[in-house]
Design a protein around this ligand. Structure first.
Ligand SMILES: Nc1nc2c(ncn2[C@@H]2O[C@H](COP(=O)(O)OP(=O)(O)OP(=O)(O)O)[C@@H](O)[C@H]2O)c(=O)[nH]1
Ligand SMILES: [Mg+2]
Length: 444
């Protein structure tokens, strides 16, 4: 989702980078490019106007601040305004009081059922972090699509949440039956999946109104498909007028949508986006942080999310051990292998790349990333075929040893030489770091 805008913004900023002064003409030029980018991302015209006007006012009213270059100043103002647009530094975490009924709504195919499973999984994991166990029930009143209820059952299983199938076949009766089951069995949270239609229609809204009246959910959440553009705002308004909701979840942000809905929603609806869906699996749900979204839209990467991901998947001890072998300026192939394993656990190289500053919008040929990934796998296999002694003292690797290792790893001997030369570079890097005063682990 971020590629389109981040590529556009990166090119606007870089075309500005040679400028010595910030004059009205170059501001106008840059802003007209910003306008074009947002309009082609399907942001409504009036929102685009308001956004660029606010940047213009800020830039023109301002003297060049201290040491900021015009390009840096443009970046700073665009970033500030974008952040304000997306909800400022509003970093409320999503919280649910106990007991709570949560009703999830949205158009057909927007991602309601998947999102319910993700929410259940998220709430469960959050509770586990505090050594608590949440009693979560998920259920559906979607009787329009034959497989809808089965789909929720399967997804609930993946999320480790309990599922209940209502006997009643009318949505309102089913909702009441589900609610009773939820109360009788002393569940803490009920996540209620509702039916979607292709378009907002009055029968659908009336049905939701009736369920809302009877169950009085503490939270109503709208799922919005990031792939839809301006019409998603109309959908959101229709749901808001008819039923009302507190927050939205933006699904499918991993798609190649241009990000128009993400850009517009908060400003147009004055409600927070609480989560973004980043894939089809139950753990593909990230908290929404306006400043991270802004920085990714501007092609500035999202180091914070990357570090959080690293923290979850890589144990503290391992991170520290890695940092300390760097500090000693001594690395072994053991360390090298461990480092590759860490990167592997973070996901594919391409999924990690987008978090890195300046790389978000970068056009890296897909082939190059795959090549890197394949090479890393081979290197890992090569190290795996060495004896411990060889890993600690790679100098021992003479031709006959290399032949044995190559065979074990199923690679050509040339790959071993490649690995050793990479390893050599890394050792030199470690030495350099030691000389320049030590390695600062990004994880600390
Ligand atoms: N890539 C990606 N796919 C998603 C995401 N969320 C949902 N999907 C997919 O989108 C499709 C529709 O998702 P559902 O959860 O069935 O949507 P729904 O709103 O319940 O659909 P209906 O019940 O038919 O109204 C499924 O194939 C999901 O796997 C996401 O964040 N990323
Ligand atoms: Mg569904």
């Amino acid at each position: 989702m971020f590629d389109f805008l981040s590529q556009k913004f990166s090119s606007i900023f870089s075309s500005f980078s040679g400028k010595k002064t910030l004059d009205q003409k170059s501001v106008d030029q840059a802003l007209s490019q910003v306008k074009d980018a947002l309009l082609s991302a399907d942001v409504p015209y009036d929102l685009v106007e308001q956004f660029t006007q606010s940047i213009n006012d800020e830039l023109v009213g301002q003297k060049i601040i201290g040491s900021l270059k015009p390009s840096e100043q443009l970046l700073k103002v665009v970033n500030d305004k974008l952040l304000a647009f997306l909800g400022g530094t509003d970093n409320r975490t999503f919280s649910v009081t106990i007991p709570s009924v949560l009703m999830v709504m949205g158009l057909q195919g927007s991602g309601k059922t998947t999102t319910i499973a993700k929410l259940a999984y998220h709430l469960k994991k959050e509770a586990e972090k505090r050594n608590k166990k949440r009693r979560i029930l998920v259920a559906s009143v979607d009787f329009y699509r034959p497989a809808a209820v089965d789909q929720l059952e399967v997804m609930a299983g993946k999320a480790g949440a309990d599922f209940y199938r209502a006997q009643a076949e009318k949505p309102l009766q089913a909702a009441l039956e589900i609610h009773k089951h939820w109360q009788d069995n002393r569940y803490e949270i009920l996540l209620l999946d509702t039916a979607g239609r292709l378009h907002v229609d009055s029968a659908m809204l009336q049905e939701l109104q009736a369920i809302d009246r009877e169950l009085q959910p503490k939270q109503k959440i709208l799922v919005l498909d990031a792939m839809t553009g301006q019409e998603s705002l109309a959908v959101a308004r229709a749901f808001d007028q008819a039923i009302g909701f507190q927050s939205a979840i933006l699904s499918k942000t991993d798609s190649d949508s241009k990000g128009g809905a993400a850009f517009s929603f908060r400003y147009a609806l004055k409600k927070p986006i609480v989560f973004i869906g980043t894939g089809e699996k139950v753990d593909n749900l990230d908290l929404f942080h306006p400043e991270r979204m802004a920085s990714r839209m501007l092609g500035m990467g999202d180091i914070k999310s990357l570090i959080e991901r690293a923290e979850e998947k890589i144990k503290k001890g391992e991170q520290e051990q890695m940092a300390s072998s760097f500090e000693r300026g001594k690395l072994t192939l053991e360390d090298f292998a461990q480092q590759m394993d860490m990167v592997n656990r973070l996901g594919s190289l391409s999924s990690v790349m987008k978090y890195i500053p300046g790389m978000g919008g970068a056009q890296i040929p897909a082939g190059a990333l795959e090549e890197g990934q394949r090479e890393m796998k081979q290197f890992r296999a090569i190290i795996g075929s060495m004896t411990l002694k060889e890993r600690l003292y790679p100098r021992l690797l003479n031709d006959s040893r290399k032949g044995r290792v190559a065979q074990g790893a199923g690679v050509a001997v040339g790959q071993i030489d490649k690995l050793l030369s990479r390893f050599d570079q890394m050792q030199q890097y470690a030495k350099l770091i030691r000389k320049s005063g030590g390695f600062r682990s990004p994880f600390k």
